[in-house]
Design a protein around this ligand. Structure first.
Ligand code: TXA
Ligand code: MG
Length: 316
């Protein structure tokens, strides 16, 4: 076949906070060290996605996955039955989870999977940490099943592309949330829903229709919502408000203040977004947010800020 995947170089790139594309059995992933906000921000910048969707963390083994997520008996059963393989499990984050808040989009849950591709697994084993990776395509383009697809779409944005030949499944992983009882089927993919139900001996929630509408428990399409109320696009915070600033020109503020990026860099702002929001949320009941430009990653930042500012009951 003539593929000589250079795993050592990809590991080095990941350790340096750079992007490395790698094969899984489903599609190629655009990987970054999941523990680094800055590395994860580079994923979003490369993909040109207008939204920060939570990502899947790829790990070498169930044992490693258990460092980042809390596995119920049901979750363990699914992991043991289908890993390595095209099944992603959403579980509560572990108490001391070192994964970037940007990678999980600020949620208390985490999506984990152990891919089955030998080259991908060799990379994960050698790296020895969690790798955040969406499919390695530009936003809105077809999922990459060959290294050449990645090279064509993202070649100038990734440090390394590990070529493991064409991917076998060619379709993304199935996603099951173990946050509900019974677990919920969130996305159809490489493992059939019936196979999962057979392994568990019970029906999954979600994906089913009732009166023409999908049954989906409210917590499924969960977005990070701070307890504090947010006031957006303000130039100056009021007394009692925590202040989320952006850029070099910040008015004086007598209270808690975090700057998304003092130099006005949107990739830095993306890396800091969820960590800063969590910190200000813990410190105040109201957060004032300075305007963030609607260009590049600013679009995704503003999308998240608008969702965080929206009334709680409607989960979009
Ligand atoms: O096969 C795959 O799954 C590929 C390869 C690279 O592993 N990856 C992939 O990633 O398809 P991506 O980013 O395109 O899809 C990730 C999905 C998104 O739909 C996201 O909403 C969901 O996983 N997800 C991640 N964390 C979640 C969470 N905590 N709760 C619910 N959904 C979550
Ligand atoms: Mg995708």
């Amino acid at each position: 076949m003539g593929h000589t995947p250079d795993i050592a170089q990809a590991v080095e790139a990941l350790r340096a906070g750079k992007l490395a594309a790698f094969p899984t059995e489903t599609v190629y992933g655009l990987g970054a060290d999941a523990r680094s906000d800055t590395a994860v921000a580079a994923i979003y910048a490369a993909k040109g996605r207008p939204q920060f969707n939570p990502l899947i963390m790829h790990v070498a083994s169930l044992q490693e996955a258990r460092r980042y997520g809390a596995f119920s008996d049901t979750a363990l059963k699914l992991a043991e039955a289908f890993w390595p393989g095209p099944l992603t499990l959403v579980v509560p984050k572990s108490a001391d989870c070192p994964v970037s808040l940007l990678a999980t989009a600020g949620l208390d849950s985490i999506a984990l999977r152990v891919p089955a591709h030998p080259v991908g697994r060799a990379l994960l084993t050698a790296f020895g940490g969690p790798v955040a990776a969406p499919s390695a395509n530009l936003s809105g383009r077809l999922s990459p099943t060959h290294a050449s697809h990645v090279r064509d779409q993202l070649g100038d944005k990734v440090a390394e592309i590990v070529d493991g030949g064409p991917t076998e499944v060619g379709l993304e992983s199935t996603i099951v949330s173990c946050l509900t009882d019974p677990p919920s089927h969130l996305r159809a993919g490489g493992v059939a829903c019936e196979e999962i139900e057979q392994a568990l001996g019970i029906k999954l929630a979600g994906g089913e229709m009732e009166d023409g509408k999908p049954i989906s428990p409210g917590q499924l399409q969960h977005h990070y919502a701070p307890d504090a109320t947010l006031r957006l696009n303000v130039e100056r915070a009021e007394p009692g408000e925590a202040f989320l600033a952006f850029g070099p020109d910040v008015p004086d503020h007598n209270g808690v203040l975090k700057n998304l990026s003092p130099s006005g860099d949107l990739q830095e702002a993306a890396a800091n977004l969820f960590a800063h929001l969590h910190e200000l949320d813990a410190a105040a009941d109201r957060i004032a947010v300075m305007p963030v430009p609607e260009t590049g990653l600013g679009e995704a930042i503003n999308d998240r800020l608008r969702r965080a500012a929206a009334p709680r009951t409607l989960d979009v």
